[in-house]
Design a protein around this ligand. Sequence first.
Ligand code: PHE
Length: 340
Amino acid sequence: METKLKALREQVEAAISSVQSKEELSAFWQQFLSKKGRIQDLMKVLGTVPKEERPAMGKLINEFKEQVSARYEEAAQKLEELELEALNRSEQVDITLPSRKRAPGALHPITITKNQMIDVFAGMGFKIFEGPEIEDDDHNFTRLNVAKNHPARDTQDTFYIAEDILLRTHTSPGQIRVMDSEKPPIKVLVPGRVFRSDSDATHSPMFHQMEGLVVDRKITLCDLQGMLDEFSRKIFGDSVKTRLRPSYFPFTEPSVEVDVSCFECGGAGCSLCKGTGWIEVLGGGIVHQKVLENCGIDPKEYSGLAFGIGIERIAMLKYGINNIGLLYENDLRFLKQFKD
Ligand code: PHE
């Protein structure tokens, strides 16, 4: 029995010192320590040993089993440590590597222009209101005093979604929505997208406008001129002058077109102002009495001014952009030229 034990001890040592993985460790356990293992086999042999020798033999075998178990535990712990070390090594981050650079984003020129415009009017006390891009005929046309047979209703210009539902062709329906929900004094800006079936170098089927509406007692064309003077100087430069030309809009009376003196040539005449010295920038006027009445505001007590500015037009003039399409292509070489 003792020689058997000795041989087995040598086998155990050889086996345990060659264990490299969890699988091998488990195979070791199967081979020596399990119920079908070699140590259990010794127990069976114990039955054939003379009775008097059995206790001493049993003790020897048990001690041996404990030693093998201890060797097994030791190996298991060592394996665990090795595994952890390998994991740590594989997850190590080299913090000395230079990071990947990401170019900072920037605002789109339309957003930059829109923000600048809002800043100017916010300084005069205007609040912002945003109406829906899908409008009904009533808000977009009828209550703005645009008669049923007016050319602006022509399907050529307007994208209809259903009989009386359309993509707003201007931000002016915002006037109606504001006057429906607020009583004078009113001072709002309505920025947003508008849609018209029109496309060339200076027109796009989708573009942006900013509407202005002021309703109070004794509002006159002078107030409009004063505000737009201030606006033009802040946007195009201090030396810029404005002039009003008579125009026509169904929802304003009188209506005006506002020109600024050419900031490129100072009024002498150049290609930007087409030799006239003036550049048209927006439309406006005194809110038509019928529009006030349509919103339940008494035109004998109150009057209003309104204007509509094309944001793309201002951006193109300011930055010297000659094709509106450039604003929608999202070509980074173009967009990177604009700084807030
Ligand atoms: N809504 C007009 C347009 O789109 C502009 C405008 C607004 C004119 C307000 C007068 C008053 O052309």
